[in-house]
Design a protein around this ligand. Structure first.
Ligand SMILES: *Cc1c(COP(=O)(O)O)cnc(C)c1O
Length: 463
């Protein structure tokens, strides 16, 4: 049996349901409904097996920064596959693509982040970080520094280690997570959790939970704090301006390592190469993946400071992946970074398209169903609410209305995700002003239709 994009959709769906287990999906529910089959993509546009053209407001899964269909990346992969498709970097060997990409990343990364440990995903990279920071302290004669502090509703991946670092309670409930030695503090989510405090006060309060947690665990026992500069999967939560400076003060005061998880924020998403630059953060380690290759190849890694690299280099770090520094993935990432740079894509985001998107996106806050619209660079979110003034939640289970809205977006050929009752966007960085207009028009139309449905179903009630 040969399948192709011309195979009837129903047949593809039936086979998918019979044999393919989807991540983060209720399998039986999807099987009953049938998965949408995506067959092609170009620029910011997806095509499905029924011929619909869909505007991808999520850049795949936050990763196709350069947009779809770039033949240069295919050529880079082809060249590298023919020249050297694989060799490992374990046995005192190296190869040109890994060297070139590590050097390029050292040049792009801020400060003294000059060393790269490669992985094939963000999850793997955070597993590396977990072991690396503990090994760092052991090598410095402080092996009791085991605790890593992270945040509820943060996302750091889906392996046992990275899923434990993350703060997704639904994930922790399955399969024996979190592993020991990880403590979580609350997120700086003013809209949902800020109550009567001002955003600035609230940002300080939430940052100071880090200090309280350090003192509770004993400062001499804490290895690191990990956080996304702006939470992505948790709902694109832009922290109050007061938050990061206070976090930075605290990690400095107690001498603990700071890991910035740049898997989404990196590679132009916030208008700079890294979210740390946009938010004024000075990390010791940055986690990277997703936009590093614009999703054309699976690759991630950790960019590490001189000091951490020197300490880790003083021992044999018993850690690595078969595909650490995979030559094809490195070659594709390198070509992706070249294009993002030489075509001025990151600069254009910062100076032109992100300001335009911000202006248009924030106008969604005028919609009767929308409480706030927040956006930084090319990552934004809107809060759906039955009552703007009180920032109320819906009485219906969290996510009910968000799901309805996502379905309306789908029907209107716009990919916009929902996280509970927050709608999020993270389009390819190459999105044009005309495409931004289409995105906003479709979002507005979807919100209108959602409002009609929510009212008809009696869901416009506050909790
Ligand atoms: C997606 C993501 C990860 C995990 O990356 P995978 O490649 O899916 O393993 C880690 N951290 C953040 C912030 C992410 O958004």
């Amino acid at each position: 049996m040969t399948l192709s994009a011309n195979t009837p959709t129903a047949e593809l769906q039936a086979l998918d349901a019979a044999h393919h287990m989807h991540p983060f999906t209720h399998g039986a529910g999807l099987a009953a409904k049938g998965a949408r089959v995506i067959t092609r993509a170009e620029g910011c546009w997806l095509t499905d097996s029924d011929g619909h053209r869909i505007l991808d407001g999520m850049a795949g899964l936050w990763c196709v920064n350069i947009g779809y269909g770039r033949s240069e990346l295919a050529e880079a992969a082809r060249r590298q596959m023919l020249e050297l498709p694989f060799y490992n970097t374990f046995f005192q060997t190296t190869h040109v693509p890994a060297i070139a990409l590590a050097k390029r990343l050292a040049d792009l990364a801020p400060g003294d982040l000059n060393h790269v440990f490669f992985a094939s995903s963000g999850s793997e990279a955070n597993d590396t970080n977990l072991r690396m920071v503990r090994t760092y302290w052991a090598e410095k004669g402080q092996p009791q520094r085991q605790w890593i502090i992270s945040r509820w509703n943060g996302y750091h991946g889906s392996s046992v280690g990275s899923g434990s670092l993350g703060g997704m309670k639904g994930m922790h409930a399955q399969g024996g997570m979190p592993i020991p030695g990880i403590a979580h503090i609350d997120q700086p989510h003013w809209w949902l959790e800020g109550g009567q405090t001002s955003p600035e006060e609230f940002g300080l309060m939430r940052a100071r939970q880090l200090e309280e947690k350090i003192l509770e665990l004993g400062p001499q026992n804490v290895a690191a704090f990990i956080a996304e500069p702006i939470q992505g999967a948790g709902g694109v939560i832009v922290p109050p301006d007061s938050y990061w400076p206070e976090i930075q003060r605290i990690v400095k005061q107690y001498g603990i390592l700071l890991i910035a998880d740049e898997v989404i924020c990196g590679f132009g998403r916030t208008g700079n190469w890294f979210g740390a630059q946009t938010l004024g953060i000075t990390p010791d380690i940055m986690t990277i993946a997703k936009g590093l290759s614009s999703g054309y190849q699976p690759i991630g890694g950790s960019i590490v400071s001189d000091e951490v690299a020197e300490v880790i280099g003083g021992t044999e770090f018993n850690h690595g992946y078969t595909y650490s520094g995979h030559p094809v993935a490195c070659a594709v990432a390198l070509e992706n970074l070249r294009l993002l740079d030489e075509e001025g894509i990151v600069t254009r985001v910062r100076e032109e398209t992100a300001p335009y998107l911000k202006d248009r996106f924030e106008s969604l806050a005028e919609h009767p169903l929308v409480g706030e619209a927040r956006i930084v660079g090319m990552m934004g979110s809107i809060a759906l609410t039955p009552d703007k003034a009180s920032r109320a939640r819906f009485e219906a289970e969290a996510g009910t209305v968000g799901f309805l809205c996502r379905e309306r977006c789908f029907a209107n050929n716009l990919i916009m995700r929902h996280v509970y009752d927050r709608m999020i966007v993270s389009p390819p960085l190459v999105i044009s002003k005309d495409e931004i207009d289409i995105l906003i028009d479709r979002a507005w139309k979807s919100l209108d239709q959602t409002l009609v449905q929510v009212k008809a179903e009696g869901l416009m009630r506050s909790a």
